[in-house]
Design a protein around this ligand. Structure first.
Ligand SMILES: [Fe+2]
Ligand SMILES: [Fe+2]
Length: 236
């Protein structure tokens, strides 16, 4: 398993919950009728088709970044507001919130991603909630996963502090990543006049946006040329 995920799992103090989370991340599959579905491996999967983390490795980056935000929010609740929060539930919930996204994607030949046939029939949230219940996870963790899209975009809104923290952390990281990818793609199209790479990474996108603010349009052209030289032709 990815070292970064392992380090986060170890933050869960409750042994039985920690083991359940580790088992699920080691084996993120679901059985429907007599078919076991296993998607893209977690370490190469994106965490979105186009809006955010839409490149190889995006899934882990999203989970790690959301966890950092969620842990900071836990600290704020406790240290600044004097509130109580169950950090084990927060860590378990944020680690597992998108666990079945990789199951809903397939990779095209040009390196972009499309919805899998399972993903066209069930969303990652419904799939994860069913499997969490089947695996005997605490209701509080199932709720966090079920509510992580918030009132507007999910079946239920966050009703606990832990679920609210995970929803905000997920939203903050998806927005940060998604906005920068969108801006970089726009700058490439507008300034360079070329199609942005299908798998433009967040690292590259941050570099493009930064170059624009420091060196202007020339900076964008320079960084884009560097990215083009680095990427295999089929992925540009
Ligand atoms: Fe999600
Ligand atoms: Fe997410």
């Amino acid at each position: 398993m990815d070292k970064r995920l392992k380090r986060i799992i170890n933050k869960i103090k409750d042994e039985s919950l920690r083991k359940k989370v580790a088992d699920f991340l080691e084996n993120p599959t679901i059985k429907i009728e007599d078919k076991t579905f296993s998607g893209l491996p977690l370490d190469v999967s994106p965490a979105g088709l186009s809006r955010h983390h839409s490149y190889a490795g995006g899934f882990i980056e999203h989970v790690v970044a959301s966890t950092e935000i969620a842990l900071t929010l836990c600290k704020i609740v406790k240290k600044i507001y004097g509130g109580k929060v169950n950090q084990d539930y927060v860590v378990a919930g944020i680690l597992l919130h998108d666990i079945f996204k990789p199951l809903t994607y397939v990779e095209r030949e040009n390196g972009s991603y499309a919805m899998s046939s399972l993903g066209e029939r069930l969303d990652h949230l419904t799939l994860a909630v069913s499997e969490l219940i089947r695996r005997g996870f605490p209701l509080e963790v199932v709720h966090i996963v079920g509510a992580h899209h918030g009132y507007q975009a999910g079946p239920i809104g966050p009703k606990t502090i832990e679920a609210l923290i995970c929803h905000i952390a997920d939203l903050a990281d998806s927005s940060l990543n998604g906005e920068v990818l969108r801006a970089a793609r726009y700058l490439i199209t507008k300034i360079v006049g070329e199609e942005p790479p299908a798998q433009l990474t967040a690292k590259e996108a941050f570099e493009i946006v930064y170059a624009k603010s420091v060196e202007g349009e020339d900076g964008v052209r320079k960084v884009f040329e560097k990215i083009k030289r680095k990427k295999p032709q089929s992925r540009v």
